[in-house]
Write a protein that binds this ligand. Structure first.
Ligand code: PMP
Ligand code: GLU
Length: 400
């Protein structure tokens, strides 16, 4: 029987970050010694006390269905965190917890976006934003930002992209993949346009703790009451608490939006795992002692990797301010040929070549809307990063 899939499936692709990681994983399963700098996943273990909270939940039989949007304790713990660390006051009914921040954003788009609605996404962007907008039936409007301005969208660029169909802006700072982080003044300039043009903002702040060189992070919703009324703050535990596999993200914003997201969630996944809910409640109430150590180690790797990439033939790399990705410009390598005579025409070809010839997994910049770049995660142990760079040097030197 010829199975006809829903047309929405033809409009989207699998997540390229996850696809790149899966490719590296498959090679490793076949015994190939691959160093994967693909997926954005801390190599650190979940803090011990958080794990203990999860184990205790299982032992105490905390293993049943939960309220869809999360337990009152966890929603309150999110409010307390946002007030304490970000200077934004929310009530528990303004908060929903979901199966990862990815799920939170998906629920938000399903709750807000009608067919034909436009969602503004500055490029380079995290791979999932445009495809999630498409799944919701909306139209992603990509705003190119320039490397010279550190890949940060200006108020003029935002203003020019807004039309009567604009529903939402997705802002991600610090950014995956570039590590660009907006200062308070830069956010204020964008906020002025947001309020004037009366659009909503999804502020994805999942990398807020991973900032370097003394950068001060500002929560978008904290800028003014007018901005607060238009913002849905998104965050999660994957990055700052090394809890990727536990799957816990959250959103906070206007009550009617959160209620609509809860409807979507109640008809799809219901609550996140009860065990994760307990562990997350503990984690948010007890800021991780391990965090400063993790940030210091990411910083050390950032400096090493960015310098080392800049010394590779045909590669330049700017220093990111946050997150755990290097985003080198490799445009001078495009058009070159491998020894076997294959032309490296795109960043996808280059990522494939590096996987084949150097056994190093990277993600093509084109997947983030930035052809001519590669993304390398430095959430990997230092010796592996050193070895990866050495292998890349050999492979890139062999290009003709
Ligand atoms: N936002 C950004 C910018 C990300 O890089 C990611 C990937 N980790 C997420 C959201 C989703 O994270 P998670 O679903 O693991 O909470
Ligand atoms: N967000 C991480 C990344 O960009 C995890 C994988 C994903 O969900 O995209 O690599």
């Amino acid at each position: 029987m010829a199975i006809r899939l829903a047309s929405r499936i033809a409009a989207v692709k699998p997540s390229p970050t996850i696809a790149a990681e899966n490719k590296a994983r498959e090679l490793r399963a076949r015994g190939v010694d691959v160093i994967s700098l693909t997926v954005g996943e801390p190599d650190f273990d979940t803090p011990k006390a958080v794990k203990q909270a999860g184990i205790k939940a299982i032992e105490e039989g905390f293993t049943k269905y939960m309220p869809t949007a999360g337990t009152p304790e966890l929603r309150q713990a999110v409010c307390t965190k946002l007030a304490r660390e970000n200077g934004v006051e929310y009530r528990p009914e303004q908060v929903i917890v979901s199966v990862g921040a990815k799920h939170t954003i998906y629920n938000l788009l399903m709750a807000l976006v009608d067919p034909g609605d436009e969602v503004i996404i500055p490029a380079p962007y995290w791979v999932s934003y445009p495809d999630m907008v498409l799944l919701a039936g909306g139209r992603p409007v990509i705003v190119e930002t320039s490397a010279e301005r550190g890949f940060k969208m200006t108020a003029e660029e935002l203003s020019a992209a807004i039309t009567p169909r604009t529903k939402l802006l997705i802002l991600n700072t610090p950014s995956n993949p570039t590590g660009a982080a907006y200062t308070k003044a830069e956010l204020e300039a964008l906020a002025k346009v947001v309020v004037e043009k009366d659009i909503l903002v999804c502020s994805d702040e999942i990398y807020e703790k991973l900032v370097y060189d003394g950068f001060v992070q500002t929560a978008f919703a904290s800028l003014s009451p007018e901005v607060y009324a238009r913002t849905i703050t998104v965050n999660g535990l994957s990055k700052a608490y090394a809890m990727t596999g536990w799957r816990l993200g959250y959103g906070a914003g206007p009550v009617e939006v959160i209620r609509a997201m809860e409807v979507v969630q109640s008809q799809s996944t219901s609550n996140p795992s009860s065990v994760t809910i307990k562990a997350a409640t503990f984690a948010l109430a007890n800021p991780a002692e391990e965090l400063p150590m993790m940030v210091a180690e990411f910083d050390r790797r950032r400096r090493f990797l960015v310098d080392a990439l800049g010394s590779l033939p045909g590669v330049t790399c700017a220093m990111p301010t946050g997150a755990f990705y290097a985003f080198p410009n490799v445009s001078r390598l495009l058009g070159r040929k491998t020894r076997e005579g294959r032309t490296i025409a795109t960043s996808y070809d280059l990522a494939d070549y590096l996987l084949d010839a150097a056994r190093v997994g990277t993600v093509a910049g084109a997947a983030f809307g930035a052809e001519g770049y590669l993304r390398l995660s430095y959430a990997t142990a230092m010796p592996k990063i050193e070895e990866a760079v050495a292998r890349m040097r050999t492979a890139l030197s062999a290009l003709e």
